[in-house]
Design a protein around this ligand. Structure first.
Ligand SMILES: Nc1ncnc2c1ncn2[C@@H]1O[C@H](COP(=O)(O)OP(=O)(O)OP(=O)(O)O)[C@@H](O)[C@H]1O
Ligand SMILES: [Mg+2]
Length: 243
């Protein structure tokens, strides 16, 4: 239970072997007000229902606490798959930290990915999900790319959960209104994601239909009633819904 520090990020974690694969174990923090492991696990499952490709996760129950296991996607049968954060590739593109947006990452994918259209649409879907879930910790190190067969492709999604802060803006810019957490803002630059307005709106409808079931999904994947109550005023906040 003593945390290691090999993979970075803010929370205590360790790399472990499990089911013949490498997994990242994310431990609870003494400061936590809610069961972060269960909420993150449920959020990853919900994202999967929304058509988002996510890292595999498992919730492990230890006496009095949950630990989240997330399977590493930068290893394949012990072989390394080359990984770079969005931050790294955006800095290489000449962007400055603090001035990065989802559409800038879409520009990288358009140029570098094996399937640019699919990856751009997938990134757009993740942006919409993060707005609806109040995952405002969607910064440039919480998106990554994997180098495979000569291309930089979008990695599976990871580190998704409502932040329960209600700050009202995302960590990356969404569109014409900067980082403001608003569907209309997220839709405003859809062309850079290779999407027509009608297609972008269809993706919003699709993600919205799934996120509306969040309470059942959270309950199914181990989030307590008290923690569901704690999430209620943050997920699908009325202030983000305007289009
Ligand atoms: N499934 C995975 N496979 C490979 N690398 C991963 C995976 N999940 C996370 N990582 C890497 O480990 C880092 C830390 O993981 P994660 O973002 O989940 O932790 P965190 O402590 O919640 O982060 P934050 O500091 O954003 O709150 C990520 O930024 C990413 O580089
Ligand atoms: Mg992170």
């Amino acid at each position: 239970m003593r945390p290691g520090s090999s993979v970075g990020g803010a929370r205590p974690k360790a790399v472990i072997r499990h089911r013949e694969a490498d997994w990242i174990a994310k431990f609870p923090d003494r400061e936590d007000q809610v069961d972060v492991a269960a909420i993150e696990h449920a959020s990853l499952q919900l994202a999967g229902l929304c058509g988002i490709t996510v890292a595999a996760s498992e919730l492990i129950a230890l006496p009095g606490q949950h630990v989240l296991l997330v399977r590493r996607f930068d290893r394949d049968a012990g072989q390394r798959i080359h990984f770079a954060s969005a931050r790294t590739l955006l800095i290489a593109d000449g962007l400055r930290e603090g001035d990065m947006g989802y559409a800038d990452l879409a520009d990288v994918l358009r140029r570098e990915a094996r399937a640019p259209q699919a990856d751009c649409q997938q990134l757009f879907r993740r942006m919409i999900f993060n707005v609806l879930l109040e995952n405002t910790d969607d910064h440039e190190k919480n998106h990554a790319l994997l180098f495979q067969q000569g291309h930089w492709n979008l990695s599976p999604a990871f580190d998704l959960q409502p932040q329960l802060l209600g700050v009202g803006y995302q960590s990356l810019r969404l569109g014409k209104q900067g980082a403001q957490s608003l569907l209309s803002n997220a839709l405003s630059d859809c062309g850079r994601f290779m999407l027509k307005s009608a297609e972008a709106n269809d993706i919003v409808d699709d993600v919205l239909a799934q996120v509306r079931q969040w309470e059942q999904v959270f309950a199914r994947y181990g989030v307590s009633n008290a923690d569901i109550d704690a999430c209620r005023s943050f997920i699908l906040r009325p202030s983000v819904m305007g289009r």
